[in-house]
Every structure is written in C-alpha cells, then in structure tokens.
Design a protein around this ligand. Structure first.
Ligand code: NAI
Ligand code: MG
Length: 486
C-alpha cells in the first residue's frame, strides 16, 4: 500500500504568539554585584544577538573581558563571605522559591524571548523550557534547609564560588539546572550563557535583581569562548560546571588539572533509540520524532541513531516518513510550528556539511517536502537509511534534525551496536516486554535510558553521561553533591 500523503490537503492558519508584552533593551550590560555595569576599559566591546528566524539583530550584548570576569568572581567571593554562607539555610531557600514563583509569573515573556533569540518553537519554550526551569528552582529551593537529611551525619559544606558555562540549546533551562542547586547548597555564582542566546539569562538577571538577592550572589556575565576560558582559569573559582561541546570540555579538563577546582562536564551525545518488533509502533514513531526533531535536534540526548528490528523496519520507516511529512518547519513564534530555526548560521553549516558527508558515504538520504521560509536558518527533518557503523554520520554528533537508521535482528546485536560509540549520554528503548527493558538498561552504557518514551525530564531525576559525554550528574539529589564537600 502506498503511504498516505497527509500534508498536501492540510493548511493551518497562522497562529503567531503575541509579542506586544515583550520589552527588550537595545543594549545589555553585565550583571555584577547586583547591578548592571558596562564592561571595564576605555572601549567596552559589545556583540549582536540575532533572531535566527530572520537574522535580524535583537540587541547588543556586553562582552566580559578577563578584568570583568575578575570583578564578577570578586563580587561572588565577597557575597559568599559576607552574606550567603552566613545566612540560615531556610532563608536561602526562600530566595530560591521567590525566583521560582517570579519565573512562573513571567513564563510567557521568557518563552517568547527564548524563541526569538534561540529559534526554538514557541510550543516548546512554553511547555518545556520555562516550566521546567521554574520546576528546578522549586525543587532545589526545597532542599536548601534539608541538606543534613540528604546527607545524614556527613555535614555537607558549600564549595564557595561556582563558575558555570552553558550552551545555546536550552538557554534558560541550563541556567536553572546550574544556578538552582548551587544556590541551594550555599554557593555563589558567576555564570555565562552562550553568545548566541544571552537574552533569557539577562532577563533572569533582572528578575534576580527584583527578587532582591544579596548583591553578588548571582553574577551573570556575557561573552564568547574567551570569557568562558577566563572563568575556568580564574584562581578563585572553586567549581566549574560546563555544558557544551566535547572539544571545549577537554580544554576545560586540561585547564583545571592540578588545581583544587571541582568539575562537572556535560558534553555531547549520540543516543541510540531502539525499536523492537513487539513495540507499539505508532507510539514508537512519535517517540522517534520527538527524540530527534524536537528542538531542531539541538539536544545533547537526541535519539539520533535509530535501531529498528528487521521484521518491522519497513513499516517503521514508512510510518516515520509519513509523520515527517506532517511536521511544520518555520516561524518559531507560530504555535503550529514543530521545528523552529537552526540556532546559528554556523550550526546550520555544520548540519549541512554532515548531510553532504552522509550522502558521500553512500547512505540513502530522505527529507520531508515542507516549504521553508526565505530568510533565516532552516533545516527540514531528514533521515539516512542504509547506514553502517563506520559512517561518520553514525559516529559523530550532528546536533541537528538528522536521523540515521540501522536494523538489527537480536537483542545482543543491538546492544553491541548501540554501545559502539564514543558517547554515552542517553538511549531509548521501545518494547512490550519488561524483561528486554531490564536487560537493555543494565547493558547499555548510557547515563539516562528512557523506556517507551523519550526526552522526558524531571528535576528529581539525575542526568549525565559516560565516556566522552562527560561526568558528574545534574538534577535530583545527585545534582546537590556536585556543589558540596564533606
Ligand atoms: P561550545 O562548547 O563552543 O559552547 C558552549 C559554551 O562554552 C558557550 O557558552 C561558549 O561560549 C563556551 N566556550 C567556548 N569555548 C570555551 C572555552 N575555551 N572555555 C570555556 N568556555 C568556552 O559549543 P558550540 O561551538 O556552540 O557548538 C559546537 C558543537 O558542540 C555543537 O555542534 C554540538 O555538537 C555540541 N554542543 C553540545 C551541547 C550539549 O548540550 N552537550 C550544547 C552545545 C553544543
Ligand atoms: Mg540569538
């Protein structure tokens, strides 16, 4: 039977999210010591942040120099000594609750800015990024005065000043993942968002100022790799928490070797999403779609390697292609959009280059036929079949809406194939049999394994990887330990 062609007869009316309530400044400064301050020096440097859906400038962002990083670290140290380490834990908790509540109240504004600056579909910013960010603050606020119960008889103590560097794929959520547990455990913070997505972090700085946190407890500074390196190399930083590329993760690890800095690294991934013949196929297809096309594939735990049991391979691929045809790529602020804009021109080049490599390697390429807007950075949902383990597109992190498909016959075979990667962040398994789930979860070398679902997050559950995906856990009780000494 030929596949149904869903898309051609269906047209959704445009449903753009209202932007009237959004207030963006023309220029953003550094948030140091509770104030917004210009970068130091005679000629402060600013860079543009753009909307990747049309490549228009949204605002100018201050670039923190080494001197500014030093200022931010001094301010964090001062806040640690003067206020934060002396404050009763339950009062620290109150501040974190206040941030959580304010974030919830302003969720719409944060969601729209996240989509404007980063390109992600508004449906996701609204239903995933912002609510989960607030949930992390709520969750860790609750731990602030209960650390002695979390670690009985171990007398946990804060580390001091935490330097935190985050990526552009979940800007506010990654800030929440890092700020909330650090504050709950009594540390003060210097945090840097990624250079293409600084705006929600700067909005968070405004919110933290309004929440009246003691000055310097959270310092939010902007800039690119050099600013990040200055945080990593600052001698008075006690802990580095980094999420980003494996290559920068390695640089950081070398930089802190031989120092007393504690480190957590959350790096790349190349997750296996495994479909057995006894799975509920329609549900699994939704899981595959969500696993790789969610957030334009800008997800470290994206289910980018699909393994399908041979007997159902044809059926799964047919259904998958049909479903891909229905996905809408376009205006991130439109509520119907499934796949928004690729975060930057550079990332789009990277993805397109991998698509070229895949074709050259001899894999069969398929992409949906949806129209793309004229301006901006876009990529249709794509997949490669007829791939092999040695292909670069199967081994390397692409960080875009590109799925590779392989088949397997037996459980042992798929375990071998799935583990044959440098990474080990996450995996997914789809089957009706609990016994298969147990066998896979014990044999797969991945930090997070979803069963009959994918890309589900919760502040109570730890997240992190093996091998080149980094080390240390964020989220849950584990996420507290990363900011404590005993
Ligand atoms: P990146 O690792 O360069 O950027 C992540 C953060 O690190 C940014 O805030 C950046 O300013 C900062 N940074 C860059 N160089 C630094 C240095 N030497 N010291 C300290 N901080 C530094 O990632 P990029 O170039 O934006 O993306 C490249 C690839 O990395 C992507 O294609 C993707 O494969 C992977 N990636 C993985 C992420 C994850 O969630 N695990 C997130 C972002 C990217
Ligand atoms: Mg931007």
């Amino acid at each position: 039977m030929s596949s149904l062609n869903f898309n051609t007869n269906w047209q959704y009316a445009e449903a753009p999210e209202n932007q009237d309530h959004i207030e963006l400044k023309e220029q953003y400064e550094l948030f140091i010591g509770g104030e917004f301050v210009k970068p130091t020096g005679k000629k402060p440097v600013y860079f543009d942040t753009i909307n990747p859906a049309n490549n228009k400038k949204l605002a100018s962002i201050a670039e923190a120099s080494t001197a500014d990083v030093d200022k931010a670290v001094k301010s964090a140290r001062n806040a640690y000594d003067k206020y934060w380490s002396k404050m009763p834990a339950k009062d620290r908790g109150k501040y974190i609750y206040r941030i959580a509540r304010m974030l919830q109240e302003r969720a719409r504004e944060f969601a729209v800015i996240e989509s404007l600056d980063g390109g992600k579909a508004i449906r996701e910013s609204k239903s995933v990024d912002i609510p989960l960010a607030a949930a992390h603050f709520f969750y860790y606020a609750g731990w602030a005065d209960k650390l002695d119960y979390a670690y009985p008889n171990r007398k946990p103590k804060p580390l001091g000043v935490a330097g935190q560097i985050i990526p552009w794929n979940f800007p506010l959520l990654m800030a929440a993942w890092k700020i909330a547990p650090a504050l709950a455990t009594g540390n003060t913070i210097v945090i840097k968002p990624a250079e293409t997505t600084s705006l929600t972090a700067l909005k968070l700085a405004e919110l933290i100022q309004e929440a009246d946190l003691p000055p310097g407890v959270v310092n939010i500074i902007t800039g690119a790799g050099a600013t990040g390196a200055a945080i990593v190399n600052h001698p008075d930083v006690d802990k580095i928490a980094f999420t980003g590329s494996t290559s920068v993760g390695k640089i950081i690890q070398r930089a802190v070797a031989g120092t007393n800095k504690k480190v957590t690294l959350e790096l790349g991934g190349k997750a296996a999403n495994i479909i057995f013949e006894d799975a509920t196929i329609d549900q699994a297809v939704e899981g595959i779609i969500n696993g790789i096309y969610f957030n334009q594939g800008h997800v470290c735990c994206a289910g980018s390697r699909l393994f399908v049991q041979e007997s159902v391979q044809e059926k799964v691929i047919r259904k998958l292609k049909d479903r891909m045809e229905t996905l809408i790529v376009g205006d991130p602020l439109d509520k119907n959009t499934d796949i928004g804009a690729i975060n930057s021109r550079e990332q789009l080049d990277t993805i397109q280059n991998y698509i070229k490599i895949g074709k050259k390697e001899g894999a069969d390429f398929y992409e949906s036929s949806c129209p793309l807007p004229k301006k901006g950075n876009w990529c249709r949902p794509t997949l490669f079949t007829n791939t092999s383990q040695s292909h670069r597109i199967v081994q390397e992190e692409i960080f875009g809406p590109v799925l590779t498909v392989q088949s397997f016959r037996t459980l042992d075979e798929v375990i071998d194939k799935a583990n044959n990667t440098y990474y080990g962040l996450s995996a997914g398994v789809w089957t009706d049999k609990g016994s298969k789930i147990f066998k896979l979860t014990s044999k797969l070398k991945a930090g997070v394994i979803w069963a009959n679902t994918y890309n589900k997050f919760d502040p109570t559950s730890p997240f992190g990887g093996y091998k080149e995906s980094g080390f240390g856990r964020e989220g849950g009780l584990h996420g507290l330990s990363a900011y404590l000494k005993f």
